[in-house]
Design a protein around this ligand. Structure first.
Ligand SMILES: [Fe+2]
Ligand SMILES: [Fe+2]
Length: 150
């Protein structure tokens, strides 16, 4: 799969999980949904940082954009860690989850609206397919590790 399609597919998946988490009033379900968001975002950010961003930042024009994206990943990671320590029953959980959702939405809007269109312009289709394969294999490894941890 083309790298950009694969990353967009991940973005959509997380968007749906956020919607479900916001809609549910069941604490067990909310905890489960947050755990899935947590795992999805951690893996997504890691494979972007390990495979996608290094390829993208080779282009001088995109260097700054990638640096900004990496900072935003850090913000997301910090929020994930904070939420991991909170009980779903508290009001802080909901407000932090909303903050996380907004931070992720902002980041995704920049990737899909600014970074990806430039990448589409600068990279040929073959390279994007190759990057897609590398992303898939990196994701596979991480999913394996996460399952073992459970
Ligand atoms: Fe992304
Ligand atoms: Fe990202």
């Amino acid at each position: 799969m083309n790298a950009l399609d694969l990353l967009i597919q991940d973005h959509e998946k997380v968007k749906k999980l956020f919607q479900e988490a916001e809609q549910t009033t069941d604490h067990t379900q909310k905890t489960e949904l947050f755990d899935r968001i947590d795992t999805e975002l951690a893996i997504h950010a890691e494979v972007e940082e390990a495979v996608f961003y290094p390829a993208v930042e080779k282009h001088e024009k995109l260097k700054e954009m990638v640096a900004e994206a990496r900072d935003e990943h850090e913000e997301v990671e910090e929020l994930l860690l904070e939420i991991e320590d909170l009980a779903t029953e508290g009001t802080e959980f909901d407000s932090k989850l909303t903050a996380l959702k907004e931070t992720v939405e902002h980041h995704v809007a920049e990737e899909e609206g600014e970074m990806f269109p430039k990448v589409r312009e600068l990279f040929d289709a073959k390279i994007l397919e190759q990057l897609g394969k590398e992303l898939e294999s990196a994701k596979g490894k991480h999913i394996g590790i996460d399952k073992d941890d459970l």
